[in-house]
Design a protein around this ligand. Structure first.
Ligand code: HEM
Ligand code: ISQ
Length: 154
């Protein structure tokens, strides 16, 4: 696919701004996912096994930030190579972790919606249809790679 320098910049530069607030962002991102799909909370072992409230869970932030960072990296690769290349070993692990956790295709739509809504709120006035599209395309390509690996590991 064709992913332009402008699209890469929209993703990378908005992330540069958002990451200063990543703790807040991470919590909002999770809450949005669970608002749409409450049962998804049970998929995450560190939430399932935890006695502290969601917002105090120490694993919340690094996990959520990972999704932003990986989507950002996906945008960079799409512009450079026209496709997403997650390192083979990493992709294998991602595929099997998601498959074993009970993640299904529909969850990827929920996470996409929550991701875009979180970005929209975080960047406020700089939000645009072009920015939404750039993040959406980068996410979709990454999600497709993970889903394919989930099927391979099933
Ligand atoms: C774990 C990224 C989509 C649920 C992980 C991990 C990463 C990651 C990096 C840690 C893997 C490890 O432990 O080595 C992503 C990315 C996604 C995505 C980049 C989309 C492009 C989803 C979706 C769901 C989901 C759609 C479902 C709601 C989980 C769960 C775990 C996990 C349940 C295991 C957490 C645990 O119990 O430790 N993901 N993920 N992920 N992800 Fe995702
Ligand atoms: C998917 N995989 C890992 C971590 C996540 C954090 C928030 C939302 C989705 C996620």
């Amino acid at each position: 696919i064709c992913f332009t320098q402008e699209q890469e910049d929209l993703v990378v530069k908005s992330w540069e701004v958002m990451k200063k607030n990543s703790a807040d962002l991470a919590l909002k991102f999770f809450l949005k996912i669970f608002e749409i799909a409450p049962s998804a909370q049970n998929l995450f072992s560190f939430l399932r096994d935890s006695k502290v409230p969601l917002e105090q869970n120490p694993k919340l932030k690094p996990h959520a930030v990972n999704v932003f960072v990986m989507t950002c990296e996906s945008a960079v690769q799409l512009r450079k190579a026209g496709k997403v290349t997650v390192r083979e070993s990493n992709l294998k692990r991602l595929g099997s972790v998601h498959f074993k956790s009970g993640v299904v295709d529909e969850h990827f739509e929920v996470v996409k919606f929550a991701l875009l809504e979180t970005i929209k709120e975080a960047v406020a006035q700089t939000w645009s249809p072009e920015m939404k599209n750039a993040w959406g395309v980068a996410y979709d390509q990454l999600a497709a790679a993970i889903k394919a690996e989930m099927k391979a590991s099933s």
